[in-house]
Design a protein around this ligand. Structure first.
Ligand SMILES: [Zn+2]
Length: 451
């Protein structure tokens, strides 16, 4: 559920004339285009990449990050071989920063490496699993969104799913070649593949599938199928409640055979650790459908930037959508149990900072970006009624789709047009208040107290 943290470069209040077209400089910069040749060798646990980055946003120097296990073999800027500049002052334990002169056209970088790219095994290349995403820094990471085209070569026994359009072009001599491309600007290039995957289609679904290892117990495979079914049901309800979404509504849910608890949505790909198939309804709500309800919620709620000030919009609105889905399909008791779990999370968070001031990678992330916004919207719903609350979310979705971004200001302005003044002010105020007061959603409902 957690999303990566990244920030757009923002220039505020300027109007620039670029190529004869007036561009608002406070709009997100035009995404860079990536062209990658990716050769993955699971038997040797290695990958080799030739990357071309076209027209990256650049100001004096260009910084990009790569996983430290990846060795750069060749680096060119506008066709000229360069050395990386400066030190790697902002590098982390797993990622190294490379600094090069600004290109006028493109940067080319060839690199190779092997093995586990993240400590918890989330991103890796192994005979059983290839999982690659932003967490493993397997492609040169820049700030902001990107377009990509990938030519992928991989052992033909592997079944592949990715966050773009995937076409198998040919196979022979044990290697399959795919072309993969993004359909709109994206924040990641993610793919998951395993030779043990089977495609599982829910009974009624036409556009949703689950991928799980065929060697799992029948019970787990049935749960995987149910998860794809939950994605379809949730997507149908969200479309009815919040309106259309520009993201094509079809999805693969890949149950990745690895440890590490993180699930993430890189639509139309949803990646979930295989271990979640064994998770039960012990907390009183259906765990896997709830998780799917959240991830498919990002079909609608992904417009905000992944900054401390705004990422709660992505996560909180996806979470509230999941709660509404749980109530609609699994009934009021399941909803009450879910609210109770949110309240436990906020209680455990103690004297937490305001929602919009939650540092990334802090221990308050779940309570502040997921649980509190869901409780807050539940509280407002009780005051204004379900139709008005959904009209608000539909208006917010329209606004996000037309601007291709969403901020707290958009949220508050939309609230003022849909709600009465006191609810609009309460909503805005609860985003900036420390701790979690009763009027924001800190007060349990009677149904919760009686459980
Ligand atoms: Zn999420």
């Amino acid at each position: 559920m957690l999303r990566k943290s990244c920030v757009y470069l923002l220039a505020v209040g300027l109007v620039a004339l670029v190529g004869g077209v007036v561009v608002r400089a406070d709009a997100p910069p035009r995404p860079a285009s990536y062209e990658l040749l990716l050769r993955v060798d699971p038997a040797r646990e290695s990958l080799r990449v030739s990357a071309k980055i076209l027209a990256p946003v650049c100001d004096g120097r260009l910084n990009f990050r790569l996983n430290r296990v990846l060795r750069v073999e060749r680096l060119k800027v506008d066709g000229r071989t360069v050395e990386t500049l400066d030190g790697d002052t902002s590098s982390t334990a797993t990622q190294r920063v490379y600094t090069v002169p600004c290109p006028t056209r493109q940067v080319e970088v060839d690199y190779a490496g092997e093995g586990v790219l993240t400590k918890d095994g989330r991103n890796q290349i192994s005979p059983e699993l290839v999982e690659l995403s932003v967490y493993g820094a397997w492609y040169p990471l820049l700030e902001g969104k990107l377009y990509y085209r990938v030519a992928l070569e991989l052992d033909e026994k592997f079944v592949v799913a990715a966050n773009g359009t995937l076409v198998k072009e040919r196979a022979g001599q044990g290697i399959a070649r795919y072309s993969l491309r993004s359909e709109q600007p994206v924040s990641d290039i993610a793919l998951v593949a395993s030779p043990a995957f089977v495609r599982l289609l829910p009974a009624k679904a036409t556009r949703f599938e689950a991928l799980a290892r065929s060697t799992l117990p029948q019970r787990s495979l049935a749960h995987a199928r149910d998860a794809a079914d939950a994605v379809e049901r949730a997507a149908a309800l969200y479309r009815e409640w919040f309106g259309d979404t520009e993201v094509p509504v079809r999805a693969s849910v890949a149950f990745s055979p690895r440890p590490g608890p993180l699930s993430y949505a890189r639509l139309p790909l949803i990646v979930v650790p295989e271990a979640e198939l064994a998770n039960s309804t012990a907390q009183g709500y259906p765990y896997l459908p709830w998780l799917m309800g959240h991830e498919v919620g990002h079909f609608w709620w992904s417009y905000a930037e992944y900054t401390p000030a705004d990422d709660w919009l992505n996560e909180g609105l996806a979470e509230y959508s999941a709660a509404q889905f749980v109530r609609e399909v699994y009934g009021p008791d399941a909803y009450t149990a879910l609210l109770k779990s949110y309240r436990q999370a906020t209680a455990q968070a103690g004297e937490s900072p305001a929602i919009v001031e939650t540092p990334s990678d802090s221990s308050w992330i779940y309570a502040n970006r997921y649980a509190k916004p869901a409780l807050l919207l539940d509280t407002i719903e009780r005051s204004v009624g379900t139709p008005r609350l959904r009209a608000f979310l539909a208006a917010l979705n329209r606004r996000g789709a037309s601007q291709r971004r969403l901020s707290r200001a958009d949220f508050n302005e939309t609230a003022r047009t849909v709600f009465d003044r006191s609810n609009a002010e309460r909503l805005a105020g609860c985003l900036t208040v420390r701790g979690w007061p009763a009027e924001c959603g800190g007060q349990p409902r009677t149904a919760e107290l009686s459980r």
